[in-house]
Ligand binder design. Structure first.
Ligand SMILES: NC(=O)c1ccc[n+]([C@@H]2O[C@H](COP(=O)([O-])OP(=O)(O)OC[C@H]3O[C@@H](n4cnc5c(N)ncnc54)[C@H](O)[C@@H]3O)[C@@H](O)[C@H]2O)c1
Length: 332
């Protein structure tokens, strides 16, 4: 019997991870602590709310007293809580610095005080910056471009410092772009699926040739689970989908699956500081025994069908804060 505190567990990847843990380990308890920002959504957890093994706490990872109380009886902490949208960080980055850096620091102090067995920090391939050819290994220098990526890099630096200084049992994962169910529809794949379903334009940056490596969220959850239980403290693990695609290719695939015309594509002015290509080398986690299990075309189709079948979920999300951001950012 283990108890895991999952911070940010009402967001996209965090809620998928909650489902994964409860499904995989019948004797585990899960506590979620989440501030429920615009991106946090209790609908993502509605299937598990009545499970005896599950507890939800509304709160902020910057609140030290609350964290201490929430973490008192836990074995592991996995931190997904963050401000995560690059475009929002370009408009205003204050919340990013606060949650991603100060929040991670507050969690590290809690781990130190309570002697937590393991702390996993969920980071991103964006901390490495853009790469024209080849792929970044875990020891590559950090070169973040956006305020979002810089705030995540700051958190990674702190986590590493707590390993070097205090030998805290910490691990960092840096995954590539995730896609799947329950992703807030400001991110490319759910935005384009739901806009296409509404016959609205799909705002595609620049020439559409930016390259991202795409990872199905359920594969990422399996990788995080493996690292949590078998990873080596003090290590960083890249988690890539081995699946690099241009944005225009993804866009065309989504439209083809939905049977919608390419005339819905609307090229818009490129994102400021837009990284051209992300690419990570995942040899280290392959050696630990993980490979992505999902075929991209099948998982993308499953994802599109999930949004088709769960309109109740995204129509509610899109009718709220999303509208304000979308109008301000895209002016459409
Ligand atoms: N989505 C991706 O493609 C991707 C890729 C690589 C890494 N990541 C990282 O994975 C993690 C999760 O990403 P996501 O896409 O699920 O994000 P998300 O935006 O969907 O969810 C973030 C969650 O954190 C919560 N939160 C925000 N500030 C908080 C605070 N101060 N205290 C407590 N909770 C707070 C929100 O309410 C929300 O539930 C992030 O750390 C992100 O940097 C995401």
């Amino acid at each position: 019997m283990k108890t895991i505190l999952i911070t940010g567990g009402a967001g996209f990847i965090g809620s998928n991870f909650v489902h994964h843990i409860l499904d995989t380990y019948p004797d585990y308890r899960v506590k979620v602590l989440d501030k429920l920002t615009y991106a946090g959504n209790l609908d993502n957890l509605r299937d598990v709310m009545d499970d005896d093994r599950f507890t939800f706490i509304k709160g902020d990872i910057c609140d030290k007293a609350l964290l201490k109380e929430a973490a008192e009886d836990v074995d592991y902490i996995v931190n997904f809580a963050a401000e995560t949208h690059v475009d929002r960080s370009i408009l205003d980055s204050e919340a990013f610095i606060r949650t991603d850096v100060l929040g991670t620091y507050t969690l590290l102090e809690t781990v130190r005080e309570l002697n937590i067995e393991r702390f996993v920090q969920i980071s991103t391939d964006e901390v490495y910056g853009s790469i024209t050819e080849g792929s970044f290994k875990e020891d590559a220098p950090l070169n973040p471009s956006s305020p979002y990526a810089a705030s995540k890099a700051g958190a990674d630096m702190l986590v590493n410092a707590y390993w070097v200084t205090y030998r805290l049992p910490v691990i960092i994962t840096r995954s590539s772009n995730n896609y799947g169910p329950y992703q807030y529809p400001e991110k490319l794949i759910p935005l384009f699926i739901t806009n296409a379903l509404e016959d609205k334009p799909l705002p595609l940056y620049g020439d559409g040739m930016n390259v991202r490596d795409w990872l199905y969220v359920k594969d990422n959850c399996e990788a995080i689970d493996l690292v949590l239980h078998k990873g080596e403290p003090g290590r960083i693990y890249n988690i890539g989908g081995d699946n690099e695609r241009t944005n225009i290719e993804i866009t065309r695939k989504i439209l083809a699956i939905l049977g919608k015309p390419e005339s819905l594509i609307r090229y818009v002015t490129d994102r400021k500081g837009h990284d051209r290509r992300y690419s990570i080398d995942s040899t280290r986690i392959h050696n630990l025994g993980w490979h992505p299990r999902t075929d991209f075309d099948t998982a993308l189709e499953d994802t599109v069908h999930w949004y088709v079948e769960n309109r109740w979920w995204w129509e509610r999300v899109k009718s709220g804060e999303f509208q304000r951001f979308y109008k301000e950012y895209y002016k459409m």
